[in-house]
Design a protein around this ligand. Structure first.
Ligand code: HEC
Ligand code: HEC
Ligand code: HEC
Ligand code: HEC
Ligand code: HEC
Ligand code: HEC
Length: 446
């Protein structure tokens, strides 16, 4: 009889356990839901960016013209012009308001003719830009008009909801990327906050439950109608000395310790010679995020040999001077380039990626023939302020990819016969790099 009344005490522990489990599950659910939140965070950003483009499209021309203008701008003008920034030439934002189409069209077709004609605006601009001649373009009137529509649409973008949201992202293809990252960062903070709140709630709950349990014990102690077993239950205590002396517990502790030491040392040994994450400070604060990301300068504009030869070269100072003879000439970082040129000494960039001499790696084989994106191996370079080694560059890393990646055989006559032979020999198995001998030692070792 009496022991039935006592059960709530043991039930208390069960209740405590269940509460922990329930809270744990609900927190797992909210953590699981977080990516969905961040996805939603991205979606409105994307539509917000698209909306003004559509709105501008309604006034300046149809979406097709803007798309055509986008392609033409990127192909012909982007290396010297941006919409909102001065690059080599002036920022083109607001050009439709500044100049009539009847001026812009002949200008793009042949700017030096416009300058030679003595047009006041053109002469002034030409002098302002150190008499640099803009190249002539064999574009039709319609094509130039579409470029202007594209520029007008892009201005709309930066003045639209995208910037009022405070993202301050420059227009361009990479609008989505920073949006996504801010969304993720937001979600990350949100999850952190949630975890902190949960931990606090759990601590408060544990303390409350301990207090309740003690009060109940006191109440029960005051009662006279308890039998011996019940009293024993109430007076039960944790005997730490007993637990400490228990051989099972000691064995477990020693075993756990040994496992941790073993794991750490294996990790340490495996990491010998690994330089993943290596991010040295460079002599000039050159930013890939700014150049390759925001200004969308093609990787091969600087790493000129990456599609043609074994190694991707690091650009010499004269490539920098294509732009920096005009841009940011007063910046102390840029002056370092001038100093290197004056002294006739190369800029001493610190090398990041470096395979040992025993291994052979060829860029053109991977980028040109294999069609692999730089980012697959080098990570999101276009977002890196300072470059770091993204991949492990171990032999296992090379081999894994060779086992998994199908050969890019389309339009490559060299492979026609090999593909046929592979199909007759192996049926439907994919024709990977390794089926073509890409895991043979001598392919990568001299
Ligand atoms: C090699 C660099 C270069 C390229 C490529 C280039 N421009 Fe220019 N652009 C300039 C420079 C420099 C100026 C400033 C005037 C000058 O010095 O001739 C200029 C001026 C202009 C102006 C006048 C800007 C103003 O504020 O009034 C327009 C419009 C223009 N460019 C349009 C284009 C278009 C459209 C394209 C692509 C089809 C293009 N440019 C490609 C260098 C370039
Ligand atoms: C405006 C010129 C320029 C452009 C464009 C550019 N890079 Fe670079 N890159 C450099 C310079 C200079 C260095 C050496 C300094 C450094 O590491 O930041 C470098 C270094 C690197 C390195 C590290 C090399 C090493 O030491 O191991 C990688 C990888 C790289 N770039 C990849 C890329 C990729 C991928 C792109 C295109 C998304 C790109 N770069 C675009 C100039 C450029
Ligand atoms: C195709 C044009 C182009 C080339 C080539 C180029 N840059 Fe730039 N660079 C830019 C532009 C545009 C900016 C941004 C200027 C601004 O913020 O107003 C910039 C900014 C910089 C800055 C930041 C300057 C500051 O004080 O804010 C540094 C440093 C720099 N570049 C270094 C280099 C180096 C080193 C090279 C050669 C490896 C190089 N750039 C090649 C266009 C170029
Ligand atoms: C299949 C993987 C892979 C791809 C794709 C790739 N790289 Fe590399 N990259 C490497 C490896 C590995 C090294 C180290 C090479 C060495 O030390 O010999 C390297 C080194 C570099 C270097 C340092 C200079 C050098 O050649 O050692 C630059 C710069 C570079 N890569 C740029 C690029 C650019 C730009 C692209 C895209 C056009 C690209 N890489 C694509 C794997 C790759
Ligand atoms: C992201 C995937 C990827 C990684 C990582 C990669 N490779 Fe490759 N590799 C390829 C592909 C795809 C080809 C086949 C290109 C072709 O010929 O069509 C290839 C081809 C080769 C070849 C020529 C093989 C032949 O049969 O002629 C060599 C050599 C090679 N890789 C070396 C390396 C080395 C060394 C590394 C590591 C430092 C490496 N690769 C990392 C994808 C990769
Ligand atoms: C796809 C390219 C590739 C193939 C195929 C390949 N290796 Fe390697 N191997 C590498 C690379 C890259 C390294 C350097 C890894 C590092 O620095 O961590 C390496 C490192 C090694 C090392 C370590 C050398 C040292 O001093 O650290 C040995 C040994 C080795 N390879 C043997 C072999 C043998 C044997 C085969 C054939 C069964 C083979 N490799 C096939 C790319 C390859």
């Amino acid at each position: 009889m009496n022991s039935i009344r006592l059960r709530p005490l043991s039930h208390l522990f069960l209740a405590l356990f269940l509460t922990f489990a329930a809270v744990g599950r609900s927190s797992a659910q909210t953590v699981g839901a977080a990516p969905a939140v961040s996805k939603e965070g991205v979606a409105p950003g994307a539509t917000a960016a698209a909306a003004p483009a559509a709105a501008a499209g309604a006034t300046t021309g149809d979406a097709a013209a803007i798309a055509a203008g986008d392609a033409l701008f990127k192909g012909n003008c982007a290396q010297c012009h941006a919409v909102n920034d001065v690059v080599v030439g002036p920022a083109l934002g607001g050009i439709a308001k500044r100049r009539p189409l009847s001026w812009i069209i002949p200008w793009v077709k042949n700017s030096s003719k416009v300058v030679a004609s003595g047009d006041d605006y053109a002469v002034k601009l030409f002098n302002q830009y150190q008499k640099q001649q803009m190249p002539s373009f064999q574009l039709s009137d319609a094509e130039i008009t579409s470029i202007v529509s594209y520029i007008t649409a892009e201005e709309g973008k930066s003045a639209g909801p995208a910037s009022t949201q405070g993202t301050g992202i420059k227009p361009g293809d990479n609008t989505g990327a920073p949006d996504a990252s801010t969304g993720e960062a937001g979600a990350g903070k949100y999850v952190d906050m949630l975890l902190i709140v949960l931990v606090v709630v759990l601590i408060v709950m544990v303390v409350t439950l301990v207090i309740i349990a003690n009060i109940m014990k006191d109440v029960l102690r005051g009662r006279k109608d308890l039998d011996g077993r019940d009293v024993e239950l109430i007076e039960q205590r944790f005997d730490f000395a007993k637990i400490y002396k228990s051989p099972v517990v000691r064995g477990l502790a020693v075993g756990l310790f040994a496992l941790v030491v073993l794991y750490e040392s294996v990790q340490g040994v495996m990491a010998i010679g690994l330089t993943q994450g290596y991010q040295p400070t460079q002599p000039i604060a050159f930013s890939h995020k700014l150049h390759a990301g925001e200004h969308q300068i093609n990787c091969a504009y600087c790493h000129t040999s990456v599609y043609k030869s074994k190694s991707a070269n690091i650009p010499s100072a004269n490539i920098c001077m294509n732009c920096h003879s005009q841009i940011k000439t007063e910046s102390p970082e840029i002056k370092k380039i001038y100093r290197a040129i004056e002294r006739k000494q190369p800029i001493q960039w610190v090398r990041i990626h470096n395979l040992p001499d025993l291994a052979y790696f060829n860029h053109s084989q991977h980028t040109q023939v294999g069609g692999i994106e730089c980012q697959t191996c080098h990570g999101p370079i276009q977002n890196m302020e300072v470059v770091y080694q993204y991949s492990a560059l171990t032999m296992g890393w090379c081999i894994n990819c060779h086992r998994e990646t199908p050969l890019n055989t389309k339009g490559n006559g060299y492979y026609n016969n090999l593909v046929k032979l592979h199909e007759t020999a192996n049926g439907a198995a994919p024709f990977t790099v390794s089926s073509n001998g890409g895991t043979e030692c001598s392919k990568c070792h001299y």
